[in-house]
Design a protein around this ligand. Sequence first.
Ligand SMILES: [Zn+2]
Length: 242
Amino acid sequence: MRLLLHRDAASSSSTARLDPRSWKFFWASRALPRCKETCWRAICGLLPLKETLFRRHIDVDPGCGFCASERENEDHLFLQCPAAKHIWFAFQLAIRVDSFTSFQAFWTAVIAMDDDEVLAMAQTVVYAIWEARNKVCFQQGELVVATVLRRVASLLEEAQVRDLARAPSVSLPAKWSKPAVDIIKCNFDASLRVDGTGGMGMVARDCQGEAMAAACSFPILCTSPLVAEAMSTYEMDTTVGY
Ligand SMILES: [Zn+2]
């Protein structure tokens, strides 16, 4: 998939602001909260960029943390800097950032796409650029584009895991049926948290539906729901007598 955002999709005004409905969409994104917050601060001009500090008479070189050839502001650091362009173009969704002269116009275009995946991706890339810039400025590190791309992928994966952990469990409509005469029916279940801990249980019933035995165990340490449920059969075998 190749995504191209053109400047005519957005306002060219450098003072453009997102409307309340756009902000609502912005904050509903699946990106991690720290990615959204950093992006919001960048859009609102609240990040301590070097040009901003310089204008406030703070003794700092206003040059870009990556290239030092231009003043470091939102438009340059996140769009026009060769490092930023390299990151945007190298990513899966190749966004033509050179179509925009304004960071805010770029965001107006991203919002106008009404695509949550693109939105979360863009918010995460901006966060990763800011994080990489801080490492270069304060830890004397070097910008390695491949490292930034891996960082973006890692952050998106972290957001996905977080969403899965928060998603309400889906209760499938199921009707339990009695087993045939002389058959004992055992039902097992297990649940896992993101950290790999969880619990499991089982119940055995006869042909009348009467409970004959039950067992549960908590916590357990496991890697997948399938293995956890398999473990619950072992638990029944070792803790329940008939
Ligand atoms: Zn630069």
